[in-house]
Design a protein around this ligand. Structure first.
Ligand SMILES: CC(C)(COP(=O)(O)OP(=O)(O)OC[C@H]1O[C@@H](n2cnc3c(N)ncnc32)[C@H](O)[C@@H]1OP(=O)(O)O)[C@@H](O)C(=O)NCCC(=O)NCCS
Length: 171
């Protein structure tokens, strides 16, 4: 593990359709790892470009760039399309595997929570594979608390997967 170099330049911004290749490549790395998403087939660049282009005004897909290279991305999306849930959102974030444990996830998480606040969401929910200790610890650091664990809710490559739900209430 290595920390961001003091001379490196990190920025976080809204993704553009041109970021779709980097976003897809980072997501596909996680999809292959079978440890953090229930999406099991690789996503295409076109799919991610469409996802970026069709976000609702209150949703955000953010990319984290370090020295002009996209190293991670995260999303704030509606928890549900039912009107009564209009103040609830769900977040997720993914880094290039070579970059985990350097504090970049925390930077991105901070920006996602700010985007959620700006969009007037109040309840932020995240679903985390129960075995994903680093993601659970990172979210706890940001004030997320565990709602509970859904046992054997996922079934991936012949194995049951438990998923921990965490929530955070914004001011
Ligand atoms: C989960 C993820 C986003 C976290 O980002 P990160 O940059 O690795 O995390 P950070 O370095 O910012 O660490 C944040 C906190 O998490 C905790 N943490 C990080 N790695 C940990 C580990 N291996 N074990 C326990 N706690 C850990 C620490 O509390 C740390 O805070 P501290 O350094 O101030 O003590 C990143 O590891 C990742 O993309 N993983 C693969 C995809 C994934 O799991 N996404 C989450 C889907 S819900």
């Amino acid at each position: 593990m290595h920390s961001p170099e003091s001379s490196s330049s990190i920025s976080i911004r809204d993704a553009q359709p041109a970021d779709a290749a980097a976003v897809a490549s980072i997501y596909n790395e996680t999809i292959r790892m079978r440890d953090a998403t229930m999406v099991l087939e690789p996503v295409s660049i076109d799919q991610m470009a469409e996802r970026i282009a069709t976000l609702d005004d209150r949703e955000s897909l953010l990319v984290l760039e370090e020295d002009a290279r996209v190293q991670g991305w995260g999303i704030v999306k509606f928890y549900s399309d039912r009107p009564g849930y209009n103040r609830a959102c769900e977040t997720s974030l993914f880094l290039r595997r070579s970059e985990i444990g350097r504090g970049l996830g925390s930077r991105l998480q901070e920006a996602l929570l700010e985007a959620a606040r700006q969009a007037e969401f109040h309840h932020v929910l995240v679903r985390i594979w129960a075995a994903n200790a680093s993601s659970i610890a990172m979210h706890a650091k940001f004030g997320f608390t565990i709602v509970g664990t859904q046992n054997e809710v996922g079934f991936v490559d012949g194995n049951w997967v438990d998923v921990t739900i965490m929530q955070c209430l914004l001011d």
